[in-house]
Design a protein around this ligand. Structure first.
Ligand SMILES: CC(C)(COP(=O)(O)OP(=O)(O)OC[C@H]1O[C@@H](n2cnc3c(N)ncnc32)[C@H](O)[C@@H]1OP(=O)(O)O)[C@@H](O)C(=O)NCCC(=O)NCCS
Length: 145
């Protein structure tokens, strides 16, 4: 495999990153994850790591947002052509380095059937938290206020 580098996201990566998100089903437009949101999350103390190949093409991503209390790990994906080559592990290792330096607990959501991701998270020490379901309000017009 060609040389893979893990580095911080820059705005020039957005197109390549969006492609990886589409291919790995992380890029649902309903989530509203655009460049402005990404840059805002980084300014607030988060970090978006990308894996790039020798030609600087984005082939993996791992996004950590920080809310002042915890780090939330999401948008973890590796381009399908590059999966099962250890890039997910590289991204996770680098992400947890950031978590440790920052000094806050790290949390994530994963679908219960997503065994590739669950296997990987467990290898790195993540523990199942319990039978929680996940709720969200996407459409703010649903809020009666
Ligand atoms: C999860 C994902 C990022 C893993 O990336 P990857 O680069 O393929 O992972 P690696 O090659 O570093 O593999 C690391 C570990 O993941 C697990 N794993 C990866 N693919 C797997 C598969 N198809 N089946 C079972 N375990 C798998 C294994 O434990 C593996 O370690 P091992 O090779 O020592 O057994 C990748 O499968 C992906 O992009 N999936 C789609 C997006 C997604 O679901 N993201 C997670 C959202 S919570």
């Amino acid at each position: 495999m060609s040389k893979i580098v893990i580095r911080d996201f820059t705005p020039a990566d957005f197109e390549g990153l969006s492609e990886v998100w589409q291919l790995t089903n992380l890029g649902n437009p309903a989530r509203g994850d655009n460049l402005q949101i990404i840059m805002q999350s980084i300014a607030m103390g988060g970090k978006l790591l990308v894996a790039v190949d020798e030609s600087n093409k984005v082939i993996g991503t791992n996004w950590m947002t920080f809310d002042g209390r915890r780090i939330h790990l999401h948008h973890f994906g590796v381009h399908p052509d590059y999966q099962r080559k250890g890039i997910g592990k590289m991204l996770t290792r680098e992400s947890l380095r950031f978590v440790k330096i920052k000094g806050y607990q790290v949390k994530l959501e994963v679908h219960r059937n997503n065994l590739p991701a669950i296997n990987l998270y467990k290898q790195f020490g993540f523990q199942y938290l319990g039978d929680y379901d996940v709720y969200i309000i996407r459409n703010l017009s649903k809020i009666e206020a």
